[in-house]
Each structure stands twice: as C-alpha cells, then as structure tokens.
Ligand binder design. Structure first.
Ligand SMILES: *[C@@H]1O[C@H](CO)[C@@H](O)[C@H](O)[C@H]1NC(C)=O
Length: 439
C-alpha cells in the first residue's frame, strides 16, 4: 500500500518537474510586425502596416529544434524569425502560457535604425566610432507584454543583412508595469537590462535615463552616464539608483525615497548603448485613503421634530475618487436607510491630497431614529473603505419608555429634595442674620 502511494507521489513529482521544464523553455511567439507605410511622397501620415509574424526564441544558436516546425499558412515565411537570446530574457514564464490558455502575451516588432544620440549623458558613448559594418545590419526592436500584466520587455535584435536569424543585443525589462504606493512610503520602479557580452557594443559604456510624463507634461527624473560615472542634473529630489547593482547586475530601478502625490504618472526607463536604445514604460499611482472625522462631535442630544445637521470631513486622500454616504444603526440593531446628503466640492492641500465633505440634514420627524443609535459616515476610495461613527441620542419626549419615566421621577425627587434643603438653609441663615441685627 505505502509502496504504491510512494510510486504515485514520485510519478507526480516527475510529471510536475516535466511540466515546469516545459513551461520554462523558450517560446514560439505570435507577433505583429509593424512598420511605417512607405508612403507616396513620404508624407507624415503616420500610417502603418501590420503583418502577422512568428518568433522562434532559443538561448543557443545551435539548437535548431524549433526550425523543424512548419510556419502556419497565414504567416509569410519572410516574417518568421529565429531569435537567439543568450540572456534568456525572452524565455520568461509569462511569455509561454500553457497550451489553450486564453491569455496570450502581446508582441510587436518594428524595424530599428541605429543612430548616435546627442543627449548630454549619452553622447560620450559614441566618442569612439563603431565599425559601420556592425551597424549596417537588419535591426529589429521588439516590445513584449507578459500574460501576468506586470512584465514588460523591450529588446533590440540584430541579424546579418538579409538573414532572419537575429541575436538579442540589448533587453530592458520591468516586472512592475503598474505600481501603487502609499503617500510618504519609499517606491521602487523596477527596470533592469541585459547586454550581449559578445557584442562590440558591450563594454563601451551605457547610459540610463528616467523620464516622467503626465498629461502632456514631461520632465527628466534621473540621467546617468555609466561610461564616465556621472549623474546629469536632475530636478527630482529624493530620486536615486542603486549604482552598485546597476554596474554589476544591470539593475536600473528607480528609487523614490518618499512617495508624493505629484509622483503619480508615467515613467519611462531608457537604457542606451552606443547607437542603440531600448525603453520600457511604467505607471505609478499614489493611492492614499482618506481620514474621516464627524462634526459636531459628540452630537448634541436630538429632540424629536428637530433637524440635526451633521458633517463628515474626508481629508488627505488621493486620487480624487471618493464616494461618501451615511448609515444609521438603531439601538435595536436595525439599520435604517439615510438620504445620501449633499457633498461639497473638493479642495486640494499643499501636498496634493484632496479633501471633501458630506453634509447630512437629519430631520428626526421624518426618519424614525427610535431612541438613537450609531451614525456612520462611509467613504469608499480606491485605497480602501473608511468609516467613522458617532453616537446619536434622541430624548424620548413623545414616547418615554419605562426606564425614562422612572429616571424622570427619580430626578424630580432629587430636585425636590435639593430645593427643600436650599430653602431651609436659606431661611435659617436669614433668621440668624435678623436676630444678630436686632441685638
Ligand atoms: C534592484 O535594486 C533595488 C534597490 O537596491 C532592489 O530593491 C531590487 O531588489 C533590485 N532588483 C533586482 C532584480 O535585483
């Protein structure tokens, strides 16, 4: 019995290993080959053509197993590429989904033209001229999105002219395509790169640039010239790179020491080698839920028939997406629906966070609040739902309960006693004073 189950377990392990080995192998990627239309008169129409294409990825140029597969009939043989990626960046699990999976990785390739950059932090890379023979080749850039939505890869590939056997020369990767961060916390925007060590472009330096874009506005966040080890002027305080990791492992991740609302936006990580560049795009959103407070606090005692005005203030939140509502739960444990109340316009504080408030006019003659209960302000925000509660007491003049009546009788008795005591003391003192005067 135990033997059988052991065999069963063992075979399970073997099968699992086999599946894992399969899924970590390099993929054959369905891709779009996109290029600008050779427009008549070279007009700036921006029109593009799209052709189906197939990329056979391998880590070693000598493994020809993939080539034995026939290309599907709807793909032109000219658009079937054999890509050697010794860095295995394109062999990521997220680019090889299991067979029959609905989620597919996205892939686009474009013709690429190497050219020197005039940017201050990139120019030193092209000081020494490169063999034009190396640059005169068929270059492609590829942009890939993994199935897990968090992985993005951008590669530059080179093939000797008129072959379709490309080698990956530079890959830039990010594992955090969309980052959400709380206010004031440190933020890491992941970006890494790999350079083919056998390429003449490797070893002659690199440059890294981080740019920020938001609604058409852009700025340089960080620029680093890895050849002369210089940081260019940047306008962003508290932004840095891990220089050791950058030189040793190609870790170009941007570190923001303290998340601020104005950091929300698009970030572009660009890695430059002499004459070529590759970049990935990330989104950062600072998400901070509101703090709530209810005014007045505590609430005054409500008399039936009276209208009570209550205000709920939500502050310090971002982004500007908030729903405020009210809930009431009576002492009997029953919830009663309340009108949503009116919501004020928002205000923005110096740190970019927003505040907004909701006003509730509670007409105690219309809403049956019983003897009171708990009034709650509810704020629904992308950063989480927040609640603030306060106790609402209604003095029961209309239908006093037995406890109320007993308490009232008690209070009346005590008051009567007090009045009696005071008046007795007073008359006594008065008499004494009179007597003293007569003396
Ligand atoms: C890159 O560097 C940052 C900062 O030192 C670190 O937190 C991150 O884990 C590094 N990433 C990789 C892939 O090593």
């Amino acid at each position: 019995m135990t033997n059988i189950s052991a065999v069963y377990k063992l075979s399970l392990v073997v099968v699992t290993c086999f599946i894992q080995a399969c899924s970590s192998s390099c993929p054959v990627l369905d891709c779009w080959f996109v290029q600008e239309k050779a427009g008549r008169g070279g007009g700036l129409t921006g029109a593009t053509t799209q052709e189906k294409s197939l990329l056979h990825i391998r880590t070693d140029a000598n493994s020809h197993s993939a080539e034995s597969q026939r290309a599907p009939s709807d793909i032109s043989p000219d658009r079937v590429y054999f890509i050697t990626d010794p860095g295995a960046t394109l062999c990521h699990r997220s680019l090889s989904p299991p067979r029959g999976s609905i989620k597919k990785p996205q892939c686009e390739i474009n013709p690429f033209l190497p050219q020197p950059s005039t940017l201050k932090w990139v120019a030193p890379l092209t000081d020494s001229a490169f063999s034009p023979i190396y640059l005169q080749a068929d270059w492609l850039s590829a942009a890939l999105h993994g199935t897990n939505k968090e992985l993005v890869i951008s590669s530059i590939m080179r093939a000797p002219t008129a072959t379709r056997e490309h080698n990956v020369i530079l890959s830039v990767t990010s594992k955090t395509v969309s980052v959400k961060a709380r206010l004031g916390k440190p933020v890491l925007l992941d970006c890494g790169f790999w350079v083919d060590p056998s390429s003449p472009l490797s070893g002659s330096g690199f440059a890294v640039e981080w740019r920020y874009q938001f609604r058409g506005e852009g700025r340089l966040v960080f620029a680093y010239d890895g050849k002369t080890d210089r940081v260019a002027d940047t306008q962003e305080e508290g932004a840095t790179l891990d220089f050791e990791g950058l030189h040793q492992k190609g870790n170009a991740s941007l570190i923001l020491e303290e998340a601020k609302v104005r950091h929300s936006g698009t970030y572009i990580c660009t890695v430059y080698l002499p004459n070529i560049l590759s970049q990935v795009v990330l989104e950062l959103e600072i998400v901070e839920p509101p703090s709530l407070s209810i005014h007045p606090s505590p609430l005054p005692l409500a008399v039936p028939g009276q209208t009570l005005t209550v205000q709920c203030e939500a502050s310090g939140f971002a982004p500007l997406s908030l729903e405020l509502s009210w809930e009431f739960k009576g002492t009997d444990g029953k919830s009663r629906p309340l009108e949503p109340g009116s919501v004020t316009g928002h205000r923005q504080a110096w740190d970019g966070t927003y505040s907004q408030s909701a006003r509730l006019e509670l007409d105690t003659s219309k809403v049956d609040l019983g003897r009171g209960g708990e009034l709650t302000c509810v704020a629904v925000h992308p950063g989480g739902t927040r609640r603030a509660s306060t106790t609402l007491s209604v003095i029961g003049f209309s239908t006093p309960s037995i406890e109320d009546s007993m308490a009232m009788v008690g209070v009346a008795l005590v008051l009567y006693g007090l009045i009696k005591l005071v008046s007795w003391t007073f008359t006594r003192t008065f008499h004494v004073v009179l007597l003293q005067k007569e003396k």
